[in-house]
Unconditional design. Structure first.
Length: 508
């Protein structure tokens, strides 16, 4: 049998690799659930008060460092034990790592506000640790003198190299994960301490008649946690608002620079605007509505004095993503704003904290730049943007569309009066009517809820006298100009889907 030290090294290396992988997943994908930190947080919650006070008395503000170092020692010691056990009684070592992963999952899921995804880093930690230990243990058994290895010394060297590499990769991953997560944590802390200023212009109240009380119908204002999210950011940019700046450059008479503190001192305005993604399929859910707090971009552009032949503003996010917005959408009277607030909260990090653009009437890819840091006043024939470089249209006005929310497609309903309801939108134009068709029957007029404004979606409902059988329900909206939503089917590429949303239901 091999000694204690090589199995222990294999265990430590495997655990390091697992923790490193978990830290990377946490830093890049989940932004949360760092296996080390969630277990640390769990311990802080579990440790009896007397011990906590004792540690604080002993180490002062170094208490967190003491915790992390002790945790690291325990985890690595458990890794050594796992390696030793794995060689003695496989798969006991791998089971021990699995138990460690389960503790991480438990810690992640029991934190307040945790989602299922927060368990992912711990699951990855356990999976990578278990696989690594399986491989290293097999190599180590191959070097054992009880096996006939043609050249035992070479396999032993290979084992040592593999163990060293695994451990080094794991340690490096932990470091990279920590460095990457720092910006996000700074931003999260700043956001938690931030109180939105009072609006100078309050949004017109949401009319009581803007929403129907129908289960399953999209709420008229989308809670932040349910707001759709689309971006290319593998890592959410962690911006410290203390260093945030917006620069207005390009074809302007005066370059403008604005800090976060300066932005907050301006008279901020509230407005309710529905955002839509160009990738939203007919009937899709890449659309949400919020009340935003921000400052009109037109006032800032007025300070910069764009040259008369500029026709586009290229906005850039901190991570380099760009959107090209027709300049008139940012200079006319619509509520095109630099937003700092979303439904009474500071912008969530994933929705652009500290500052994003919101422009009524245009798809997000040409207007809704999150983590915005620069407005470059320019021309469409001079520069292109992230998605227009990839085959999407230069101009992206939101297309008139409508969606059935209830009943859910494929649902079985009881015969009698069935509530059919959904939303319809044509931002910055407005919706004037919605019609519903059952099978190939006539278009029946639906009842519209009150509009908040032309920039927001509108709920509709229709009381359907449902008869038994399988039926197709189709919806169609008409905009404020009288244009009827087209039934012509178009793909989302290059400038948004068209066609009519229909669902099938069985009436029993
Ligand atoms: N920085 C940045 N901003 C971005 C994007 C992005 O990838 N990066 N995606 C845009 C797209 S395509 C859409 S539809 C909206 C979505 O905004 P939301 O995630 O807040 O719903 O953000 C826009 N702003
Ligand atoms: Mo989008």
């Amino acid at each position: 049998m091999v000694s204690f030290w090589r199995p222990a090294a294999a265990g430590v290396a495997s655990v390091l690799a697992g923790v490193g992988a978990g830290e990377l997943v946490s830093a890049f994908l989940v932004q949360n659930g760092s296996p080390v930190l969630v277990v640390g947080a769990l311990i802080i919650d579990l440790v009896p008060a007397w011990l906590k006070e004792g540690v604080i008395a002993l180490f002062g503000t170094g208490d967190k460092a003491v915790l992390v170092v002790s945790l690291a020692i325990v985890v690595l010691a458990a890794g050594a034990l796992a390696g030793w056990l794995e060689l003695r009684r496989p798969p006991l070592g791998r089971i021990l790592i699995g138990v460690g992963g389960a503790v991480g999952v438990f810690a992640a899921l029991t934190r307040s506000g945790a989602g299922l995804l927060d368990a992912a880093p711990s699951v990855v930690t356990a999976a990578v640790g278990i696989i690594a230990l399986g491989i290293l243990a097999r190599m180590l058994r191959g070097t054992s003198p009880t096996r006939i290895a043609p050249d035992g010394s070479v396999t032993r060297r290979r084992f040592l190299a593999a163990t060293g590499t695994t451990a080094a990769a794991g340690a490096l991953a932990v470091i990279v994960g920590q460095v990457v997560a720092t910006g996000y944590r700074t931003a999260a802390a700043a956001r938690a301490a931030f109180h939105l200023p009072k609006p100078a212009v309050v949004a017109p109240p949401i009319p009581a008649g803007a929403s129907f009380d129908i289960a399953g119908l999209s709420p008229i204002v989308t809670p932040n946690a349910d707001f759709y999210r689309i971006d290319t950011a593998l890592q959410i940019p962690g911006i410290d608002p203390a260093t945030w700046k917006l620069r207005i450059v390009g074809m302007v008479e005066n370059e403008v620079e604005l800090t976060f503190a300066e932005l907050l001192k301006l008279p901020l305005e509230e407005s309710t605007t529905t955002l839509t993604c160009v990738s939203n399929e007919v009937g899709g859910d890449l659309i949400s509505n919020a009340t935003w707090l921000g400052y009109p971009i037109r006032h800032l552009l007025a300070r910069a004095k764009p040259s008369a032949d500029a026709d586009m503003v290229l906005s850039k996010s901190q991570d380099g993503w760009t959107a090209s917005t027709p300049i008139e959408a940012l200079t006319d009277e619509r509520n095109a704003i630099l937003a700092v607030g979303m439904n009474g909260q500071p912008l969530p990090l994933e929705h652009g904290y500290p500052v994003r653009m919101v422009v009524p009437g245009l798809y997000g890819y040409v207007s809704a730049t999150k983590w915005v840091v620069e407005l470059n006043v320019t021309r469409f024939d001079k520069v292109t943007s992230y998605w227009t470089d990839r085959g999407w249209s230069q101009r992206g006005p939101v297309k008139l569309s409508s969606r059935i929310d209830v009943p859910a497609s494929g649902r079985q309903v009881a015969a009698g009066t069935v509530a059919v309801a959904g939303v319809a939108w044509s931002q910055h134009v407005g919706v004037s009517a919605v019609h519903v068709r059952i099978d190939s029957g006539p278009w029946e007029e639906a009842t519209l809820a009150d509009a908040i404004s032309v920039d927001t979606w509108r709920q509709w409902k229709y009381a359907w006298p449902a008869t038994t059988g399988t039926h197709t329900i189709t919806v169609r909206a008409t905009d404020a100009h009288g244009t009827v939503q087209t039934s012509k089917v178009a793909d989302v590429v290059p400038n948004g889907a068209t066609g009519l949303h229909s669902i099938q239901v069985t009436v029993a």
